[in-house]
Design a protein around this ligand. Structure first.
Ligand SMILES: C[S@@+](CC[C@H](N)C(=O)[O-])C[C@H]1O[C@@H](n2cnc3c(N)ncnc32)[C@H](O)[C@@H]1O
Length: 262
């Protein structure tokens, strides 16, 4: 998580990045393994919040980037009796250029109402002169039934598991397992998500309803799940490019980036 943020910060000293997650463990991991390793110049410009994307203003700051906040007058005046933690609403962040939600996070939201509400919050954070919201989504016939896929890496094997797929609710459970090689150890259900697999037109309708000016799809097909049921690393199909499309024929497996323009 937030590798993208640190890249963004490295490439221009004026940039800031804000991360928001419901899972405090994920944020802690990010600080431990990512933020604390990038040097003070970068880590002082990243702000990690613990909270719900459906009530982002109530989210609590969990890392300490206060020196940058003070210098740049991002933190509003705090009252003496204010609690010793800061909420998103206490900040005056500049309008954002990019809001992104990757690794299919939107599938954690289960109702249309939640999805539209989330997209409205994302839009309200964006710069209206060219800001974009970017998210990813996968699909295809293989996405809508039970499936288990393995990817082998030098030090571990990673397993993506889809439980039964309910076609009325479009719900499934996604579990990620890891088999470490040295020392040999299995981490079953390292991550497990109750999942609603949205379709591309549903996402487009909800982005438009939330107020985005236009919505664009960048899609590529993925290697057939039959072929990659057990594959080595990320090499399979790596040379297939994403293309912007307005029509795309169904296949075994595809991956999409969806861009909403503010
Ligand atoms: C599939 S993971 C993707 C994580 C991250 N985007 C990444 O690329 O590593 C989904 C993440 O969304 C978070 N999440 C789910 N529902 C949320 C909500 N309502 N508000 C904030 N975060 C949420 C989960 O805690 C989880 O970390």
């Amino acid at each position: 998580m937030h590798f993208g943020s640190t890249e963004w910060l490295h490439s221009d000293a004026r940039r800031t990045a804000i991360g928001l997650d419901l899972d405090v463990e994920a944020l802690d991991w990010c600080m431990e393994n990512n933020v604390n390793k990038v040097g003070a110049d970068v880590s002082s410009r990243i702000f990690l919040f613990h909270g719900n994307v459906l009530q982002p203003l109530e989210a609590k700051l969990v890392n300490v980037a206060t020196q940058y906040l003070m210098q740049n007058e991002i933190l509003g005046d705090s009252e003496d009796d204010s609690p010793d933690y800061k909420l998103m609403k206490d900040f005056q962040f500049p309008a954002r250029d990019i809001v992104c939600a990757f690794n299919y996070s939107c599938c954690c939201l289960h109702t249309r109402q939640e999805l539209v509400s989330y997209f409205k919050h994302a839009l309200s954070a964006l710069n209206k002169k060219g800001g974009i919201f970017v998210m990813d989504l996968y699909g295809g016939t293989s996405a809508e039934h039970e499936l288990r896929m393995q990817r082998k890496f030098p030090n571990f094997t990673y397993v993506w598991e889809q439980a039964e797929f309910d076609i009325i609710k479009r719900k499934t459970r996604i579990s990620l397992h890891f088999n470490l090689h040295k020392p040999q150890r299995k981490i079953r259900h390292a991550f497990s998500y109750s999942w609603r697999l949205w379709s591309l037109p549903e996402i487009k309708d909800c982005l438009e309803e939330a107020g985005f000016q236009s919505v664009h799809f960048w899609i590529r097909h993925m290697p057939d799940s039959e072929d990659i049921r057990s594959t080595y690393g990320l090499a399979a199909g790596r040379d297939i490019k994403y293309e912007e499309v307005t029509s795309f024929q169904q296949q075994d497996s595809w991956n999409a980036y969806i861009v909403g323009v503010a």
